[in-house]
Design a protein around this ligand. Structure first.
Ligand SMILES: [Zn+2]
Length: 477
């Protein structure tokens, strides 16, 4: 059943992002991913008695950059707290996090979904340490502490998200901003970006929020979308049956596509937060924040606006700016070329179709792509050849102009030649011609298609169409 006419969802996301500092947040161990288990550990990050944490300055600065880039206020005074709980991947039995004085508060990011921009609030961003990882093997479970103490930021959104697609848009934008800043890899498959979803449901028109459930630890955009959709239906169904939604922590099962109960939801006071006695409160000067602000790179929204100012349509500008890699590529195009609109179309059309996944590279140089778009603009090749050239030259360093000449792909603009082609096509399409004469107007397409085929796809399509209409005397098609 479709519940979305009667109910609406309210979603807030808690996103954990690993910061790519060289060393961990409170010790000098390497943060490198993929090393042999328990090779990047020391007495500090494994919680040995008598050790003391020392805050990594780079982690603090990265977290401030994340706050600045998401329009947050940066606290002038902040502190760390202990969040107490036991789990085998946490040898200290507490996590150093931030509780009531987070580093960044009250920010927002603008998210575009279906051509509409919505502003999603960010309640807070705080700095904390990551835990280790359980490694399940055939008949035992091992613990890898390499990840213990890797710096994390937790970005807590306000419950401003109203749909699964908006949640995806928010996460993609957040990820994109972090990649532009260069403070995290944001690789969901390696766990450097993970997300908890808080979701509640209420009847449309109601002002009170429903009871919320938390879905833990998801590491793929599509799972997050599916989990939100599933959970929305589950909660609606409960209400429809007269039941109540309980505050629960749930887990998304990829195999079944369902969420399952893990435990009833813990409250903040269950963690017995208290100030971390080994790290003094931190004062952050306005001068330091200003210095970091001055060093901020150009961010996706700014890039998008600059593309629109060049005459590129908003949806293409959004597509280009939303990937740092694509956007950097396009910057190189802008530096080399005065008319970028054609290149932008080619990039968001054919080039995007050629890319296999987010990590794939564009296997054409900016110069090759500019050259292809220019030849189409100058009428040297037609639009369909323009598109074909992208795949034909993919992965080569061939000069597109030379390729077009060598392979006879130059557009035929000469009227007499086109006329000859049309006459030949008419001769070879007697059936279609008599259908056309009999009033079947769709037969025209077949004759024109024949002519395009006879030109090996090189005819100027507008001129070919005109020649054909002149010859057939069917100007009204
Ligand atoms: Zn260490």
């Amino acid at each position: 059943m479709n519940y979305s006419e009667k109910y609406e969802m309210t979603v807030g996301l808690e996103t954990h992002i690993e910061l790519k500092t060289q060393s961990k947040i409170f010790c000098g161990c390497s943060t490198k991913f993929g090393d042999a288990p328990n090779t990047n550990i020391c007495p500090v990050c494994t919680g040995m008695p008598g050790t003391l944490p020392t805050l990594n300055r780079a982690a603090l600065d990265y977290a401030i950059l994340a706050g600045l880039a998401t329009n947050c206020k940066i606290a002038s005074l902040t502190k760390f707290d202990r969040k107490n709980y036991f789990y085998p991947d946490l040898p200290k039995a507490y996590q150093i996090s931030q509780y009531d004085m987070p580093l960044c508060t009250d920010g927002y990011i603008d998210v575009e979904t279906d051509g509409e921009i919505s502003r999603i609030g960010i309640e807070r961003i705080h700095l904390e340490e990551d835990a280790g990882k359980l490694v399940h093997e055939k008949d035992c479970t091992g613990i890898d502490y390499n990840r213990c103490g890797v710096p994390l930021i937790e970005v807590v959104s306000r419950p401003d998200i109203k749909s699964a697609e908006q949640a995806r848009g928010y996460l993609q934008k957040l990820r994109c901003i972090m990649l532009y800043l260069g403070i995290s890899d944001c690789k969901m498959n390696e766990g450097s970006l993970r997300c908890d979803v808080n979701i509640s449901v209420r009847k449309k028109g109601s002002t009170a929020l429903g009871e919320r459930c938390e879905i833990k630890n998801m590491n793929s955009f599509s799972f997050i979308v599916k989990a939100i959709q599933y959970e929305f239906d589950r909660q609606c169904e409960l209400y429809e049956r007269g039941g109540t939604v309980l505050p629960e922590t749930r887990r998304y099962d990829q195999a079944t596509g369902r969420t399952e109960l893990m435990r009833t939801k813990e409250q903040a006071n269950d963690y017995r937060y208290f100030p971390e006695p080994d790290i003094p409160p931190l004062e952050i000067s306005i001068e330091h924040v200003s210095r970091l602000k001055e060093g901020l790179p150009i961010l996706p929204d700014e890039r998008k606006s600059s593309y629109i100012a060049l005459g590129i349509k908003s949806s293409s500008a959004e597509m280009i700016a939303s990937s740092k890699y694509i956007s950097d590529y396009f910057q190189a195009v802008i530096e080399r070329c005065s008319d970028c609109e054609g290149v932008a179309n080619l990039l968001t059309g054919e080039v995007f179709r050629m890319l296999q996944g987010d990590d794939d590279e564009i296997r054409l140089s900016p110069d090759q792509l500019i050259c292809i778009a220019q030849m189409a603009n100058e009428g040297i090749i037609n639009r369909s050849t323009e598109k074909k050239l992208v795949s034909l030259l993919w992965g080569t360093d061939t000069d597109p102009r030379k390729y077009v000449t060598d392979n006879s792909l130059v557009q035929i603009n000469d009227i007499d030649t086109l006329k000859g082609i049309c006459e030949k096509a008419i001769m070879q399409s007697q059936k279609a011609v008599s259908d056309l004469r009999g009033g079947k107007l769709t037969a025209y397409k077949a004759i024109l298609g024949k002519a395009m085929g006879l030109s090996h796809g090189n005819a100027n399509p507008v001129l070919l169409d005109q020649c054909m209409k002149d010859l057939l005397g069917t100007d009204d098609i």
